[in-house]
Design a binder for this molecule. Structure first.
Ligand code: GDG
Length: 429
């Protein structure tokens, strides 16, 4: 979504895995609403070792500070490099000398390096959507040097927040003898790259419009009617351990324990579509949350009130916008999150005359930009519980005063701003 407009304007091609398995690596071209995508299938072994393996069982947990969940298998690393090489070899003949190449995320770190090996001199950029971990964690990855060196094939490397950029610089200066110049450029050996902080935004104009659409209003009414006057707390997340869903439920339970008189005034709606269901740690988080929501509902529910509505399915974007607008509190408790777009969507969807309150984990990239939120430490159930109590009691003038600057930021630093900032750096010399 973030790149559609850019690709349309520049007549670009989106290249990647089709999401399908198959034995041939033929490129499939497809044009939809003015954007051409070129995709290839991957074999089952590729998907196991590359996607479920190195990308989502090694890099994702490690980059989200979960050393305990990271799996180090040589087959995974081999699959990761093999698939990136396949990607590079297949896309190379379609790249013209003046094309800009923008590679996204941890699945494709070595792609630029592979394209350079094929003799490409194009400007190449890489954007990391997830956090960059502290050096002491990253060094637990076997062959971490090899992975980071591959980033030096790019001209520009972008991070979501100043904190992740700082961690990257720390690694480069402590592990690679790199130097950071006055202009922020980073030199290692013969290569100098530009590493920038470039926080991603949402398509704010589109989201604000969809929050006002008929579909959104219908959903908003449906939610408000079913809540019979109770304040709703909303959580929307892929079912992922980085999102702190268990901590959210426990913090909410603590609120119910501490404030029995306020129990019947609220409920939590948690929308959590499953993701990466072939990975064991994702199956584990799902059964943990099933048990936890069941236990809390069993302990606190009344004949006419269920404390947690826990929904394991996805909804159309305009419905989500209506749900956000109906919620008195947006609750984001990620334990680590590159940015967190849900926080921005919640802000964009609010009624300017009666906005809700955003409770936001300090461990998200978004926390650097959205300081009108109540910032919390999601590891502390007390902290979450106190924030819920404060948000419910917050008078309207304070809610407006906190929301307004956040709304301005979400609108100004939107996805177009993000894309332009990155592409300008990429075009520069
Ligand atoms: C990665 C990084 C970074 C969720 N449920 C439904 C649905 N969603 C949409 C949300 C939001 C998106 O998915 C989730 O974005 P997040 O930013 O919250 O999280 P990740 O998926 O982990 O994304 C993250 C992001 O990349 C961008 O750089 O912010 O830190 O981890 O847009 O609305 N959308 C629909 N139905 C759902 O049920 N339509």
């Amino acid at each position: 979504m973030a790149l559609t407009a850019a690709l349309r304007e520049s007549d670009g091609i989106w290249f990647g895995w089709s999401g399908e398995t198959g034995e041939s690596h033929d490129l499939h071209f497809e044009t939809y609403e003015g954007v051409t995508s070129a995709t290839i299938d991957l074999s089952e072994q590729d998907v196991d070792e590359y996607y479920n393996g190195y990308a989502n069982s090694t890099l994702w947990p490690l980059f989200h500070y979960r050393l305990d969940l990271a799996e180090y298998e040589r087959d995974y690393q081999g699959g990761y490099e093999r698939v990136n090489r396949i990607f590079g070899e297949i896309i190379a003949p379609h790249i013209r000398p003046d094309d800009l190449i923008w590679v996204h995320d941890y699945h494709m770190i070595p792609l630029g390096w592979i394209l350079r090996q094929q003799g490409m001199h194009n400007r190449m950029g890489f954007f990391l959507h997830i956090p960059w971990p502290p050096t002491r964690l990253l060094t637990a990855l076997p062959d971490h040097e090899r992975l980071v060196e591959a980033l030096f094939a790019y001209d520009v490397v972008g991070f979501q927040s100043a904190e992740w950029l700082e961690s990257f610089r720390h690694y480069v200066t402590h592990e690679m003898d790199g130097t950071v110049g006055d202009d922020g450029r980073i030199t290692v050996g013969a290569r100098t790259i530009q590493a920038i902080c470039c926080p991603i935004g949402i398509d704010a104009a589109e989201f604000i419009a969809s929050a006002r659409s008929k579909a959104a209003r219908d959903v908003q009414m449906r939610v408000l009617e079913s809540g019979v006057g109770r304040s709703m707390i909303i959580g929307v997340d892929r079912l992922d351990y980085s999102k702190g869903l268990a901590e959210r439920f426990l913090g909410y339970e603590r609120f119910l324990q501490k404030h029995p008189d306020r129990r019947a005034l609220v409920y939590l709606l948690q929308i959590a579509p499953p993701s990466r269901t072939d990975v064991q740690s994702y199956q584990d988080i799902r059964s943990n949350l099933d048990a936890l929501s069941g236990r809390i509902n069993g302990a606190y529910a009344d004949i006419d009130w269920t404390p947690i509505r826990y929904v394991n399915q996805g909804y159309p974007r305009d419905s989500l916008a209506g749900v956000y607008r109906a919620a008195r509190i947006g609750l984001v408790t990620s334990l680590r999150d590159g940015m967190n777009l849900v926080a921005k969507e919640y802000v964009a969807a609010q009624d300017p005359h009666d906005p809700g309150v955003l409770i936001l984990s300090r461990f998200t990239g978004a926390a650097e930009q959205l300081d009108g939120a109540i910032l919390i430490n999601p590891y502390s159930a007390e902290d979450v519980a106190d924030a819920i109590a404060a948000a419910l009691a917050m008078p309207r003038p304070e809610r407006i005063a906190r929301w307004r600057p956040m709304f301005d930021t979400v609108k100004e630093r939107d996805v177009v701003w993000w894309r332009k900032r990155f592409v300008e750096a990429l075009e520069g010399s």
